[in-house]
Design a protein around this ligand. Structure first.
Ligand code: ADP
Ligand code: MG
Length: 701
């Protein structure tokens, strides 16, 4: 690429200079003209709309009011010093309050003059006030930005504001930049794609994202920039997926043999659901093709992922390969081992287990057996991917609960064999399609969206604090039937100390309500040693305790079929996905199970909606969609760490259509031009070769 003026250090833009440049870098990551140009407003104020003072109400976001300053005075001492002014129109009066920049306000805001005032109205003693309003003179001066109907609002920080880089200050810089340098902006999407989707040019998009002429040009600019953002993510992911497929040949599982057939026809104690059958088939087709499979299987708790995993492993075995299954914790690994051996009923294949607590002697024997190919299926924890563990011929790796395994760990697995094994990732955290496409766009995704027939749906109830005795009564009733109960408390980093106190108080209350020796209580929280946790869990799993009081450490995968009640304390503080995960700990046995959501009496609108959703539905996909709408993608499913989620303009909750378009476009491009060699795709080739410096193009062709 040629150097461009847009790569000039921001310091040299008129009105910036070294000090502000340093702040822009530190606070907003803006180093160059180009970075600033791509720093978009986060919202716009509609300047065509003036509110009358008697129309104001507390729910309104920022509003614009036109009125006369009728009084202005400075009151308070020292840090309470402030200026309070009254603004009046023909319908009423509001207060304007400043705590900062008092000198400026004193000099520039004049009694008797008319102003255009922007701000968030706060209800206050039956009238309204606006703190630190944005003040404009009336009539508006006729400058470029002064005539804007949609006023851009940029995020700024306290430090930047001290140097006059508040939203307005940033806007001024943008105006200058656009005036002087917009012409140097280069298009980065091939014209034929712009045509096909009727997207505006990059220049037009940048101009209108900062200074929209009207709502239509703004929408067109947003659409173009969203498309661009999603398009390049998809391009990078699908392209690297394709490189991987071209570079690594996969084991070919050519046939369904004796073991899988016998298991399916004679041993499997139930009929597979339609969804299970479909996913097994998808896996079967994938592993036949001679490519290396990377597939994510999403399925709600209880949807029967284990059977699917086992059948896939038997398929590997039938073709002369070993398989392994990896779980995030020791307890889960052991549970998998048990469910697999019990599903197999001691037949067909040799199953081994390897965890952190396997003894040295056990390991030695196991290592030998593995290398000799005497073990067909190995179940375990991370210990499986240590270099010491050598398989004779590993063909398939199943990973349970994907979000604990990062891309790097997956990569480590790929290197485990000269031909990398197929990888099947299982997750019980359903995520919306848009998220899956963005987060796991380089994986193929299967969905088990059906529960086995005859499963009794968990009954969920929401109780307020005042109904606590009912909850205790219900627990007693269930325990009397021989059931076990989980009671879960939130434990959140920011309020950890207080949360631990709540947990302690809760435990005390429980011990009082459920005294020994009639009742036994286990306690598990994240601050305990692993050994202690393990011990307490085992007591509960073995049925020696009836109540398990815990923080969210029990969230992932634990299976105690006899536990039929899940009580969630302060349920309003949990996210929807987490509530759903917790609820999934019960309903695993034959008995009717229950989930009781305890909450305080006062609930936020969103908190109430979350609890109502839980009561209304058991469907994890439905819940994940609502969660995405409520919270946005950043918080979902513990995936914050993924850089992919830091989208600038696109919103995965809202832009599903654009995402689909972008993805389809990329799929078409790569199908028609796998090496991205055609002249019309040269812009894309440039982009990719800058991204994938590690993998040279010529190596694969
Ligand atoms: P997941 O891992 O998806 O949460 P599991 O694989 O542990 O679910 O399955 C939950 C329970 O349902 C197990 O007891 C399993 O044997 C049983 N199961 C799985 N598939 C079926 C089916 N098709 N019909 C009846 N029961 C099934
Ligand atoms: Mg499972």
């Amino acid at each position: 690429m040629f150097a461009s003026t847009l790569d000039t250090t921001i310091e040299f833009l008129k009105g910036v200079g070294p000090k502000r440049a340093e702040l822009l870098q530190k606070e907003l990551g803006i180093y160059t003209y180009d970075h600033l140009l791509n720093y978009y407003p986060f919202r716009y104020i509609d300047r065509t709309r003036f509110y009358k003072i008697n129309e104001l109400h507390a729910e309104l976001p920022f509003v614009q009011v036109l009125g006369r300053i009728t009084s202005k005075e400075q009151i308070g001492e020292k840090h309470k010093k402030r200026i309070v002014a009254r603004l009046t129109d023909e319908t009423g009066t509001i207060e304007l309050v400043w705590f900062q920049s008092l000198k400026w306000v004193d000099e520039h805001i004049m009694r008797g003059k008319v102003y255009i005032v922007f701000g968030k109205p706060n209800a206050f003693n039956g009238s309204f006030s606006i703190s630190h309003p944005d003040m404009g003179t009336y009539p508006r001066p006729a400058t470029v930005t002064g005539n804007l109907r949609l006023q851009p609002v940029y995020n700024s920080t306290e430090k930047l504001k001290k140097f006059f880089l508040d939203s307005k200050g940033i806007q001024k810089l943008q105006a200058l930049l656009i005036e002087q340098h917009l012409s140097e902006v280069r298009e980065n999407i091939p014209p034929y794609i712009l045509d096909k989707y009727q997207l505006v040019s990059k220049k037009e998009a940048l101009l209108n994202i900062h200074f929209p002429k009207d709502i239509h040009t703004l929408k067109a600019a947003e659409r173009r920039l969203k498309f661009e953002e999603l398009f390049f993510i998809q391009l990078q992911m699908l392209h690297s997926k394709q490189l991987r497929e071209l570079k690594f040949k996969g084991h070919q599982f050519e046939r369904v043999g004796e073991r899988l057939n016998t298991f399916y026809r004679e041993i499997l104690p139930f009929e597979l659901t339609g969804a299970q059958k479909r996913v097994v088939k998808e896996i079967r087709l994938d592993t036949q093709r001679g490519i290396q499979m990377n597939r994510l299987v999403q399925g709600d708790v209880g949807s029967g992922k284990t059977a699917v995993a086992l059948m896939s492993m038997l398929l590997a075995n039938d073709n002369g390969y070993q398989a392994c299954m990896m779980a995030p914790t020791e307890i889960l690994a052991r549970q998998h081992y048990e469910s697999i051996t019990s599903l197999l009923n001691g037949n067909l294949v040799n199953v081994g287990i390897l965890t952190g607590s396997s003894t040295k002697k056990q390991r030695t024997i196991l290592h030998q057996a593995l290398e000799a190919g005497e073990i067909d299926i190995l179940v375990g924890t991370h210990a499986l991917i240590e270099d010491k563990v050598i398989f004779k011929n590993l063909g398939l790796v199943v990973i349970d609960e994907q979000h604990r395994f990062g891309v790097e760990q997956r990569a480590k697995l790929w290197r485990k064999n000269s031909i990398p094994p197929h990888i099947l990732v299982m997750t019980a955290t359903p995520i919306p399609r848009t998220l899956a496409m963005t987060l796991y766009g380089d994986l193929d995704v299967s969905v088990i969206d059906e529960l086995p027939v005859g499963r009794k749906p968990i009954e969920t109830k929401h109780l307020f604090e005042g109904q606590r005795l009912r909850m205790f009564g219900f627990m007693k009733q269930e325990i009397a039937k021989g059931r076990q109960v989980y009671v879960v408390y939130p434990l959140i980093k920011e309020s950890e100390k207080l949360d631990l106190l709540h947990l302690e108080a809760g435990v005390e209350q429980m011990s009082y309500q459920f005294p020994r020796p009639d009742y036994q209580i286990s306690i598990v929280h994240g601050k305990m040693s692993n050994a202690d946790k393990q011990y307490e869990m085992e007591q509960f799993i073995a049925g020696k305790t009836q109540i398990m009081v815990a923080t969210t450490v029990i969230e992932v995968g634990v299976n105690v079929p006899n536990a039929s009640v899940m009580v969630i304390e302060n349920a309003e503080r949990f996210g929807l996905s987490q509530l759903h995960q917790l609820r999934g700990r019960v309903g695993r046995g034959a008995e009717q199970s229950f989930c009781i959501l305890m909450s305080g009496d006062k609930l936020s609108k969103e908190g109430r909606l979350r609890l109502e959703t839980m009561v209304k539905t058991n469907n994890g996909f439905e819940i994940s969609e609502i969660d995405l709408q409520l919270r946005g993608p950043g918080d979902l499913t513990g995936t914050q760490q993924s850089g992919v989620m830091e989208l600038k303009v696109a919103d995965l909750a809202k832009d599903q259509l654009i995402l689909q378009e972008a993805r389809n476009t990329v799929i078409d491009i790569l199908a028609a031009d796998p090496h991205v060699d055609r002249p019309e795709n040269s812009l894309l080739k440039t982009y990719l070769s800058r991204r994938n410096t590690g993998i040279a193009f010529d190596k694969i062709s």
